[in-house]
Ligand binder design. Structure first.
Ligand SMILES: Cc1cc2nc3c(=O)[nH]c(=O)nc-3n(C[C@H](O)[C@H](O)[C@H](O)COP(=O)(O)O)c2cc1C
Length: 189
């Protein structure tokens, strides 16, 4: 509990399926910040979902248990932290497809917080602005604050741990998501 009577559930999804993904670690750090601020948190690993390519029809999607499972998890969350690597100037197709197999109703009134990671020094601006547009398309509230990590390999130490200053930025995003939820109308809480 962050204050009397307030509780929230925040999940994190990474758009990278790569083992030892930087994006996954960044999303987990943001979730840790949210947990420290009182949220119940869960990392949702898309590798554990045998999602089909979006066939473009809800009735076709209803046949896939993985789609139903993912949608239920999203429905139970108050906020979703979406992290994506920069892939050719935008966010990953893995993440777009995962969003495309959900329905608009899953996102109504939900908060989305964004993290972008790029291998290059120019940063993940394409991924972040693309995801911000998609958040609007999903009718979610997209948190103004976001975390952009450029030159991802420099954000980790020799042991593969996030550098302290980067971790703190990510944890702060998780805290900001919890704070923002206190100002949104209760949706499913
Ligand atoms: C298909 C693909 C496209 C990429 N495109 C870009 C790019 O446009 N700009 C960039 O800076 N890095 C690009 N990268 C590098 C990734 O952003 C970088 O390796 C990132 O850390 C990957 O995230 P991950 O560690 O979570 O898998 C690309 C990588 C892949 C696999």
């Amino acid at each position: 509990m962050t204050e009397e009577g307030f509780s929230c559930r925040i999940i994190g999804i990474s758009g990278s399926l790569r083992p030892h993904s930087h994006t996954r670690r960044a999303v987990e750090a943001a979730l840790a910040g949210a947990a420290a601020a009182g949220a119940k948190v869960e990392f949702v690993d898309l590798r554990e979902f045998a999602l089909p390519f979006c066939p473009g029809s809800a009735s076709a999607l209803a046949e896939y248990p993985a789609v139903t499972r993912l949608r239920k998890i999203i429905q139970t969350a108050d906020a979703v932290i979406l992290g994506s690597p920069e892939y050719h100037g935008s966010f990953s197709g893995v993440l777009k497809n995962a969003l495309d197999v959900t329905e608009l109703e899953d996102w109504q009134g939900k908060l989305i917080a964004l993290i972008g990671i790029s291998g290059g020094s120019q940063g993940p601006g394409g991924a972040l602005s693309g995801l911000r547009d998609v958040g609007r398309g999903l009718h979610a509230w997209v948190l103004p604050q976001q975390v952009a990590i450029a030159a991802a390999h420099k954000a980790f130490d020799a042991e593969g741990q996030l550098l302290d200053d980067v971790r703190q930025r990510l944890e702060k995003l998780g805290q900001q998501a919890v704070e923002a939820l206190k100002h949104l109308p209760p949706r499913s809480r």
